[in-house]
Write a protein of this length. Structure first.
Length: 305
């Protein structure tokens, strides 16, 4: 699907004009890809790279335009089972046109950064910045989910919570790789700022992006290190919970054996005290209760509970 936008009163407005300065290709099909390559002289491989989640971030200076492939967080759904994935996005910057290739329908221009835009180069940079900000937001969500799972691990013996933590740790590995890859290509943009035609204001914005991306990478690295170092402790908590449960079950089983032994004695087919007493049943129950009480006192006195 192809969408067209233009800058009007410093805002992005969608329209039907095929010659609009901003074109968004949402998961384009073969015909749309063919149209983009022929009309704008774009490399088909670069277009497909923008749709490939495994494609690393990179920048290329093609004939008449800049091809920029970078990573962004993929929209999370419950089907992902606590795995936060990354996807690729392509920005193709021409002299008077910006073509955006994305694989999923995402709100591109809803952030407050796009409430006042001047030109396509500024939009190009703000799209990259939004990706960095999106990573930061996902890291906060991952941390919140990890806190909730930790609370459940402290009370549960199920492996699924540990597996959820492993999934979050795996997600951070993906994010670290993507953020590092993005940082490298953003640095290349700064080095080639004059060649691309960025203004001094744009270069200052690129410096801010580099700082934000570095902080994002360090935050993801800290979370990853904490998760890795705490996994053994969390596994030990689950094992300890299982041991406590087994101990409590053993206490219950042994506790039931004590009155059972008393009842068994009075159930033997031999001459026994109270066998002709009309209160024999109550007496046996009383002896069971006394035996169970003595066992409980002995257990607590041993401080095994």
């Amino acid at each position: 699907m192809i969408k067209n936008y233009k800058i009007e009163n410093h805002l992005l407005q969608e329209n039907k004009d095929a010659d609009s300065p901003i074109i968004v290709a949402l998961n384009p099909d073969k015909e749309e890809i063919k149209s983009l390559t022929e009309k704008h002289n774009m490399d088909k491989h670069n277009i497909l790279s923008a749709l490939d989640p495994e494609e690393p971030s990179r920048i290329e200076f093609d004939d008449g335009h800049l091809a920029f492939i970078f990573k962004r967080p993929k929209n999370y759904s419950s089907k992902d089972q606590f795995v936060f994935k990354v996807s690729s996005m392509g920005l193709f910057l021409f002299d008077k046109k910006l073509i955006i290739i994305v694989s999923e329908d995402i709100p591109l221009f809803t952030a407050k950064n796009f409430k006042n835009v001047q030109n396509i180069k500024e939009i190009f940079l703000k799209l990259i910045y939004n990706s960095i900000f999106h990573f930061l937001e996902h890291l906060k969500i991952i941390n919140m989910i990890a806190d909730e799972i930790e609370k459940k691990i402290s009370r549960s013996m199920e492996n699924k919570y540990l597996l959820n933590m492993f999934s979050l740790e795996k997600s951070l590995v993906y994010y670290l790789n993507a953020i590092s890859s993005n940082g490298s290509v953003v640095m290349r943009i700064k080095l080639n700022a004059a060649k691309i035609g960025f203004s001094e204001e744009n270069i200052e914005f690129i410096d801010d992006m580099i700082i934000e991306n570095t902080q994002c990478y360090r935050q993801a690295e800290i979370y990853s290190n904490i998760f890795a170092s705490m996994m053994d402790a969390r596994a030990s908590v689950v094992n300890n919970n299982l041991n406590v449960l087994m101990k409590n079950l053993n206490v219950i089983i042994i506790g039931l054996m004590v009155p059972t032994m008393v009842v068994s004695i009075f159930s033997m087919n031999v001459g026994l005290p109270f066998q002709h007493d009309k209160y024999a049943f109550i007496t046996v129950l009383g002896l069971c209760a006394v035996a169970l009480g003595l066992f409980t006192l002995w257990w607590k006195n041993k401080k095994w509970q």
